[in-house]
Design a protein around this ligand. Structure first.
Ligand code: CTP
Ligand code: CA
Length: 239
């Protein structure tokens, strides 16, 4: 590597990154989705590969070029994401859940396209969509891991401040709830994040009062900061 190239500090590590946003189908032509572009997850995968890692990228509906040296598994729904993550899991050293996973999916999938009008007298009728909860994949990974710290688990959170607290308050509560080793809290709604090239994030670790704030910066710079934190976590307690 050139002296000013990326450090090779992820050599020998297998990293799993989820990216993009899941889509939950209603019928063959429609889905419930979200605004995640996948850019942050793809940047994480690209930077990890450049730093020497073996990278598996579970990608949900991102239309982005595959970074060099990255193995991609394409999925659509939250349940498929869960299966793909579980399948790739053996031997993984760290999981970064950058994907925006739908919290709910339609209870029923209609095999045929839902029609606007069902018959005479139905001209003004509109269907309601019943939703059911998707599993919390990140929480499941933390629960399955038990007491050890392998794999390391990194969560993401897109937060806005509201009446009950600011972005950091919500992020700390989420970190506690999820039990992961690092939380990357995105500030949304400040004209940053979704689909944009720049983000502002706070990196939070359990038991640490001070968050490390990165940005507004490119998603590549943010990705590098996330991997720096991961490397630091391994240095503090080897795993
Ligand atoms: N996540 C997940 N499975 C879900 C929902 C979220 O694994 N069903 C993961 C995301 O990939 C992210 C983290 O959990 O890494 C936080 O997602 P977020 O939507 O911010 O948290 P929720 O617990 O769903 O809380 P809420 O949407 O109510 O803020
Ligand atoms: Ca959610």
């Amino acid at each position: 590597l050139p002296p000013d190239g990326p450090p090779a500090d992820l050599t020998g590590r297998h990293v799993l990154v989820s990216a993009g946003g899941t889509r939950e189908p209603l019928d063959p032509v429609r889905f419930l989705g979200n605004r995640s572009s996948g850019k942050q997850g793809y940047a994480l995968a690209a930077v990890a590969a450049a730093r020497g890692a073996r990278v598996t990228l579970v990608s949900a509906n991102a239309s982005l070029p595959v970074p060099p040296g990255v193995d991609v598994v394409e999925i659509e729904t939250a349940l498929e994401l869960q299966d793909a993550v579980r399948e790739a899991l053996p031997g993984v050293d760290v999981i970064v859940m950058a994907a925006a996973v739908a919290d709910f999916r339609p209870r029923a999938y209609q095999d045929n396209k839902i029609k606007k009008t069902h018959g005479p007298g139905q001209e003004d009728a509109a269907p309601s969509v019943e939703l059911v909860r998707n599993p919390d994949i990140l929480a499941g990974l933390v629960a399955d891991r038990g007491t050890g710290r392998t794999p390391l688990i990194v969560g993401f959170a897109a937060e806005t401040g509201d009446d009950s607290g600011d972005v950091l308050t919500h992020a700390r509560a989420k970190l506690e709830r999820k039990g992961c080793d690092l939380l990357v809290a995105n500030e949304v709604g400040r004209d940053v994040t979704f689909g944009k090239d720049d983000s502002l994030v706070h990196l939070l670790r359990p038991g640490q009062d001070e968050a490390r704030t990165v940005g507004p910066a490119s998603k590549t710079v943010i990705a590098a900061a996330v991997w720096d934190e991961v490397v630091q976590l391994w240095t503090a307690v080897p795993g």
